[in-house]
Design a protein around this ligand. Structure first.
Ligand code: ZN
Length: 305
């Protein structure tokens, strides 16, 4: 009897066979800590990652838990490659606790890869009043299709612009995808009283909050990391149902890649290229979230048409 692994678009996916395109949930959970036992694997105190805490995902063979395997069905491989970051932002949006985004004003700080992914998911969640603050011209152009207002924080004061757009109140929710003090200060100025500040970015330095605004505005700051199994499956479903414009996300990411490469070239043309020619693959005109990705051409499957 075959074993049901996953269903997508109402189509049941059974035991894998050699050659089936498959996606792996890259989290490695301990399944024994209090968070795991409470069904909150995203807070696992012993969390690891395939390729980080285990042998690498770029190896010819890798051992993973059967529970973390997802047959892709009709989802193209290049779409599958971005499901993980989309699950991260989907998780952040859900963790905000906001149920109805229609009337919420949202500010996204940073229009890099994670900021762009957030815009796609915010739209899918029904948000229609989204402002992006992004200093890099090219990125402002790229996010303009998905944001109602795009601000250049070098030329405009983010708080003033947000108050102008919200009858003087300030925005309801902020997603910080920048992870730098100057953006955080702008956010604390732009947020309304009792607003929610979602910290998505990973800070390289200790996080210091502007104390007066934090206290006086009664701001709630919430940190988020990775995603739950449910988040991962929901995003897979959204991608399978073509609810997200994945091609636009791939177009956004292409300049950050070293190009199309085969697995045999992953070290020289992938890792070493990113390490040695960092500036070539990173938009250095603004603080970056430090998310790097590598596109891999595997056998006959091409990443981009
Ligand atoms: Zn655990």
């Amino acid at each position: 009897m075959e074993k049901l692994l996953w269903s997508i678009q109402g189509k049941a996916m059974y035991t894998l066979y050699i050659g089936n395109p498959t996606l792996t949930d890259n989290r490695v959970l301990c399944n024994s800590c209090l968070s795991c036992k409470a069904g909150q694997g995203h807070c696992c105190s012993n969390i690891g990652y395939v390729g980080g805490s285990t042998s690498g995902g770029y190896g010819e063979y890798v051992a993973v838990d059967e529970q973390s395997l997802y047959p892709l069905g009709d989802i193209p491989l290049e779409y599958a490659a971005v499901i993980e970051p989309l699950a991260v932002v989907h998780h952040a949006i859900k963790e905000s606790g906001v149920k109805d985004w229609k009337d919420k004003t949202v500010l996204v700080l940073g229009g890099g890869p994670i900021g762009f992914a957030l815009l796609l998911l915010l739209r899918a969640h029904g948000a229609t009043n989204v402002v992006v603050s992004e200093p890099a011209t090219r990125r402002r152009e790229q996010v303009s299709e998905y944001a109602q207002v795009v601000i250049d924080p070098v030329k405009e004061k983010v708080g003033d612009k947000c108050r102008e757009l919200t009858d003087g109140r300030g925005v309801d929710v902020i997603f910080d995808c920048a992870g730098v003090p100057i953006a955080l200060q702008a956010g604390f100025d732009a947020i309304r009283a009792s607003g929610l500040y979602m910290m998505v970015a990973v800070w390289e330095k200790p996080l210091t909050l502007p104390c007066w605004e934090f206290l006086a505005k009664h701001i709630t700051v919430k940190g988020v990391l990775i995603f739950s199994t449910e988040d991962f499956r929901e995003v897979m479903q959204m991608v399978a149902e073509d609810q997200l414009n994945i091609l636009s996300f791939l177009s956004f990411l292409i300049p950050l890649f070293p190009g199309r490469i085969g697995l045999d070239d992953i070290v020289e043309k992938g890792f070493k290229e990113l390490i040695n020619n960092k500036d070539k693959h990173q938009d250095t005109s603004e603080p970056e979230e430090h998310h790097y990705s590598i596109a891999v051409e595997y056998e006959d499957h091409e990443i981009y048409p």
